[in-house]
Design a binder for this molecule. Structure first.
Ligand code: M6R
Length: 606
């Protein structure tokens, strides 16, 4: 899941390619590179690590040329070294690639046997050599690419330029997204419209199997067989503005602080606070006619789906299956015809979630997507789009997108409960009011970060951390553990509190912090029993609760107070302490909070 860009420009393009790559760095930041066509020859610059390293290199050794391609990498095949950085090239062809060429070993063996020498460990390099081999037999660039595409299996978005061809660029899409940008006497390719936003808002999205031949003033889209096909030209609303950190040290903490505002914004879209009612923005979904809902997503978005299961089942009496998308796509689960599948995704480009969506569609399901990026592939392939209004989320660790996903799913629960006759007007008003108070409660938590900073020093020394929660707050325990893992690199696990005694309690000793999410709800006493089991074995308890830590009836190492709230909205409120705890621990440890190692914001490979 890398970011790719290509420009057929009127002037030198390297600086614009860097600008576009900055907008794609969320897709990976292991290495970056650019190749241009200069005086008929191909030249490239590549650098390991973040884009700033490539920028520094370009300052020392600029690239000229009006035709070029660029790449920001999340390594799949081969370590993240300069050698493996894209673009990959031969004397005649240069290629950038997002995705995985699954049959690259077989292709590499075939090419090696016929005398080709490889200089990288990547799967992508076979594409450059296959095109070159075709060119060497006299094929035109277009025919060479067409013949090569027929040999490739797997997922790919490609941008290709050629020595001696200053007015030609070819793109191809099979899986990962690829957009064409139309300029005036200029043409662009990009992994998304956001990357192209500084240059144009006129966009054509390629369909799966499409490939496109671009010159500065023409676009020729072909299907897999090589037939010309029409694809719509649309107006993108992607902003050309780059989001900055404002007064904050990291995007993650800025985004944590934005939550009261963006949750409020999202809730107002779905709820009429004045009337105390949920608005029906679900399009054609009629929950009274649905007997089962399937939810699928990955990572943090999956935890939002888990919470929705508790909500839908309790308040709407509607059974829900929740599946990690990478499992659902291959499980061949039978699905009720006419059923509803909800996919949840911040980026709207997560490959596994997209595949789960397509599987569910194939099973006759109506698809609703809870997405933050409205122009994403997942949004475009859904029957109903339920947007989160979180604004751009830059930090790799998802924060505000998650609480906005919860806001949408809570509103949808109210709608489902109402349509199914399980929520009456009085209850609806009470639950809408509880939701309206969420931004205020989060603001209260954010007023005092000192306890989190103090605890961070302690947590930073831990090798393992356990998070416990019960019922609807069990997914919050998992979300807390995921946040800590991904940005501080400390091993953490989230467990259902009642499950502890079935194994993980063996881990407990005085070195293992146990973070307990303990709202004052009808499961509080049960949770406390589990806390006491931990205390009896010397575990160090961190107590996150709206109630007095003394009620735990055992020694508490630290207490993180939360405002009193309706248990319906508990997951929205209790998320914030686990976010802050992970954030301050990572800051104390000095990790790269916004771009942690090995991760990417948008996971477009499986
Ligand atoms: O863009 P998506 O919401 O589909 O992304 C899903 C996960 O990759 C994402 O939530 C990931 O787990 C985050 N890094 C967690 O903070």
């Amino acid at each position: 899941m890398c970011g790719i860009v290509g420009i057929l420009g009127r002037d030198a393009v390297a600086a614009d390619i860097v600008d576009a790559l900055k907008r794609l760095e969320y897709r990976g930041y292991d290495s970056a590179g650019i190749a241009t066509v200069q005086d008929g020859h191909l030249d490239r610059r590549r650098a390991e690590g973040k884009l700033r390293n490539l920028e520094a290199l370009l300052n020392e050794a600029p690239l000229v040329g009006r035709t070029g391609i660029g790449h920001t990498r999340w390594a799949t095949h081969g370590p993240p070294t300069e050698r493996n950085a894209h673009p990959h090239m031969t004397d005649g062809v240069s290629v950038v690639h997002n995705g995985i060429i699954e049959n690259f070993r077989e292709l590499k063996d075939e090419l090696t046997a016929s005398g080709t020498t490889f200089s990288t460990d990547t799967d992508t390099e076979v594409v450059a050599h296959l095109i070159t081999r075709e060119r060497n037999t006299g094929a035109s660039p277009v025919d060479a690419v067409h013949a090569t595409l027929k040999r490739l299996e797997g997922a790919f978005a490609l941008a290709i330029v050629f020595a001696g061809e200053d007015n030609l660029m070819i793109g191809a899409r099979n899986g990962p997204p690829l957009a064409v940008g139309h300029g005036t006497g200029e043409m662009y390719l990009g992994s998304d419209a956001v990357a192209l936003a500084p240059f144009t808002d006129t966009i054509t999205y390629l369909d799966d199997g499409d490939w496109v031949i671009l010159t500065r003033d023409s676009m020729d889209v072909r299907d897999a067989e090589g037939n010309a096909v029409e694809r719509a030209v649309t107006k993108s609303v992607a902003s050309a503005l780059m989001v900055d950190k404002g007064n904050h040290r990291h995007f993650m903490i800025k985004e944590i602080y934005e939550q009261p505002e963006v949750i409020s914004h999202t809730l107002s879209h779905y709820l009429d606070f004045a009337k105390g009612e949920v608005r029906d923005l679900s399009g054609s979904i009629d929950f009274s006619k649905i007997s089962r809902v399937t939810i699928s997503a990955c990572g943090t978005a999956y935890y939002a789906g888990m919470i929705a299961k508790y909500w839908f089942e309790k308040y709407a009496r509607l059974p829900v299956d929740v599946d990690v998308a990478s499992e659902m796509r291959y499980r061949e689960a039978p699905m009720e015809d006419g059923g509803l599948t909800i996919v949840v995704s911040q980026s709207g480009e997560t490959a596994d979630t997209l595949a789960a969506l397509r599987y569910a569609k194939g099973e006759g399901q109506k698809i609703a997507s809870v997405v933050n990026v409205r122009e994403s592939t997942i949004a475009r392939e859904s029957d109903v789009i339920l947007p989160t209004l979180a604004g751009p989320e830059i930090g790799v660790a998802s924060t505000k997108a998650f609480t906005c996903q919860l806001s949408v799913l809570a509103a949808l629960t109210l709608l489902a409960g109402k349509q199914r006759g399980r929520i009456d007007a009085t209850q609806e008003r009470r639950l809408v009011e509880a939701l309206s108070e969420v931004p205020r409660h989060i603001t209260t938590i954010l007023k005092d970060e000192a306890p989190y900073e103090a605890l961070a020093q302690d947590l930073s020394r831990a090798r393992d951390v356990l998070y416990l929660g019960r019922g609807i707050n069990f997914p919050i325990a998992m979300e807390g553990a995921l946040k800590l893992k991904e940005i501080s690199y400390i091993h953490a696990e989230g467990y259902a509190a009642g499950e502890l005694k079935h194994g993980p309690i063996a881990l407990i000793d005085e070195n293992v912090p146990v973070i307990v999410v303990a709202p004052d709800d009808d499961l509080f006493d049960k949770t406390i029993s589990n806390v006491q089991e931990v205390a009896a074995r010397g575990g160090r308890i961190v107590f996150i609760s709206e109630t007095d830590a003394e009620r735990a009836g055992c020694p508490i190492a630290a207490s993180l107070p939360v405002p009193k709230c309706d248990s319906f909205v508990g997951p929205l409120i209790y998320t914030v302490p686990v976010q802050l705890l992970a954030y301050h621990t990572a800051v104390f440890m000095g990790t790269d909070v916004d771009q942690p190692r090995n991760l990417a914001k948008s996971v477009t490979v499986e």
